[in-house]
Design a protein around this ligand. Structure first.
Ligand code: ZN
Ligand code: ZN
Length: 276
């Protein structure tokens, strides 16, 4: 078996295809998204909240290997975003990019070596993949969301935010694809088993986006350029894909002007290859 990057067979090349996105897992049990250049075959990982073994197995479903990962970008230090980092980075010796405060907050989930600090609004380049971090509000040391650009295509990756971050609306308007958090159904959270302090934490400006909040963001900012919408980071106890779908249907009954592909990311299995 050839594990080198040369073994990568990009999906049939189309002149307008720049990027392949594979959601390896999305949810409070673990987050990791593989983004690959359809031009060079290089890949990066956005968050590493599942084990090295899981990442390897899920990439393999689509004929990808760990060796295709050239760097890991971390949004914040919560375990569901960094759990797999120490083992993965020890094996691969690839750089990990995050803010300095996120690194300090990681404790035992720090990358093995080769970490690099990033600031807001600064584009970092890994081969032909350009990644920019933007500030958001969430109950972590210095959380960010990412805009990934390859060629002329842009992918927005925004989960774990309690309210609309300053730049989020503008960037949604520029994106060709977006993974947006759709964490909880408001009535399931209200009537569910969580104690009042936890319900308040989830709803707060430093918590998570509800299904309704996610749709409001799309209602206001999305335009015809946004052809792929991934809704993710669904709560296990306070949401279901059916609840999310109901809100999606409502959104499209109001916004009849655009009809993107909508994918609800799984908490348990690897997603399909999304090419943009
Ligand atoms: Zn999370
Ligand atoms: Zn978090």
């Amino acid at each position: 078996m050839n594990l080198g990057a040369g073994s990568l067979l990009p999906a049939p090349f189309h002149k307008d295809a720049y990027m392949h996105i594979i959601v390896l897992n999305s949810g409070s049990n673990g987050n990791a998204v593989y983004v690959e250049s359809a031009v060079s075959g290089a890949g990066v990982l956005l968050d590493c909240g599942i084990s090295r073994r899981q990442i390897e197995q899920r990439l393999k479903v689509h004929g990808r290997y760990l060796q295709h990962i050239r760097g890991v970008f971390v949004t914040h230090e919560h375990a569901d975003h960094v759990r797999g980092l120490p083992v993965l980075t020890r094996q691969l010796a690839i750089p990990t990019y995050m803010t300095e405060a996120t690194f300090r907050g990681m404790h035992r989930n720090k990358p093995y070596k080769g970490h690099r600090f990033i600031g807001y609004n600064e584009e970092v380049q890994v081969e032909d993949i350009h990644v920019t971090a933007y500030a958001k509000t969430h109950d972590a040391a210095d959380p960010v969301f990412f805009l990934v650009r390859i060629g002329k295509k842009r992918f927005l990756y925004a989960t774990d935010l309690g309210e609309e971050a300053e730049e989020l609306g503008r960037l949604l308007g520029l994106a060709d694809a977006a993974l947006l958090e759709s964490n909880y159904d408001e009535s399931m959270l209200e009537n569910g088993p969580y104690p009042p302090y936890l319900k308040a934490r989830i709803r707060a400006a430093h918590g998570h986006l509800s299904n309704v909040q996610a749709m409001e963001l799309l209602q206001r900012h999305a335009n015809g350029r946004l052809r792929t919408i991934i809704l993710g980071h669904l709560s296990e106890n306070n949401n279901t894909p059916e609840c999310v779908q109901k809100e999606v249907d409502l959104l499209f009954s109001r916004r009849t002007d655009f009809r993107p592909r909508v994918v609800i990311a799984s908490r348990h299995t690897v997603g399909e290859i999304l090419t943009i």
